[in-house]
Design a protein around this ligand. Sequence first.
Ligand code: CA
Length: 295
Amino acid sequence: MTVLCNESPQLIVDAKATLGEGPSWDSVNGVLYWVDIVEQTLHIYNPVVNNKSIHLGKYAGAVVPRKSGEVVLALHDGFYGLDLQTEKLTLLARSEQEPSSNRFNDGKCDPAGNFLAGTMPLEGSDPAGSLYCLTSSLQMKKLFDGVVCSNGLAWSPEYSTMYYIDSPTRVVVAFDYDIVNAAVSNKRTVVRIPEGEGMPDGMTIDSEGMLWIAQWDGYKVSRWNPYTGERLDIVQLPVARVTSCTFGGEQLNELYITTARNGLSVDELAKQPYAGGLFKIHTKVKGMITHVFNG
Ligand code: CA
């Protein structure tokens, strides 16, 4: 049975983002943060009043709300705090071992309020990336390496499992998650994206523990049962490069979806005029909250 409401995704911001990514819902302020990685910009979508954009001057892989009311970003070379009033960036942590030929990509807070984010090479497809954790005491540690394109993260509703996507593998893996130490073990494959449907990119999870996976070059977000590997639902989008999604709204029953124009030809863009837009669809199932950085 479908958990989608009887509607198509609605284009809510015709942003024409080059690489829209990393949506996270701020339940205190009722706004959605998302980034355009290539344009080095933080976007703040406010369903009630005006939207706002802040140019950051560095690649921006991911953004999360912070308990102080600021946000924290995984930028090109490390984790930064951003004061939304003054727009001042403050370096929180950087890895000396991470090469400058890598940048941070997707990231998200775990239920304890640690910020996990992965890296990827700026060019090529070597497995030169790693997954890092910024703890609430602003210590940075590496969870694992050997990643090509670090992307979607999600935690099960009981917090004991972490789901993770390294996009070119075209699978979602699960780990047992030690929430006290932010440590992973017992890696196994739980979802496999079919041939010809692009690559899994960002993802989120709902209150039933089902995964919502954005499919880059797949024209869709799809909902999967990680316990059986079965696909349950499809949200069709009018654009190929669907990058990530998260639940928001007062009831957490609105799925926000980011997309990209990056790499599309003139002909493809003519067929996908809303590529790079921010979309929304209502669902009958509630999502899990966006966890806030606790440092
Ligand atoms: Ca991504």
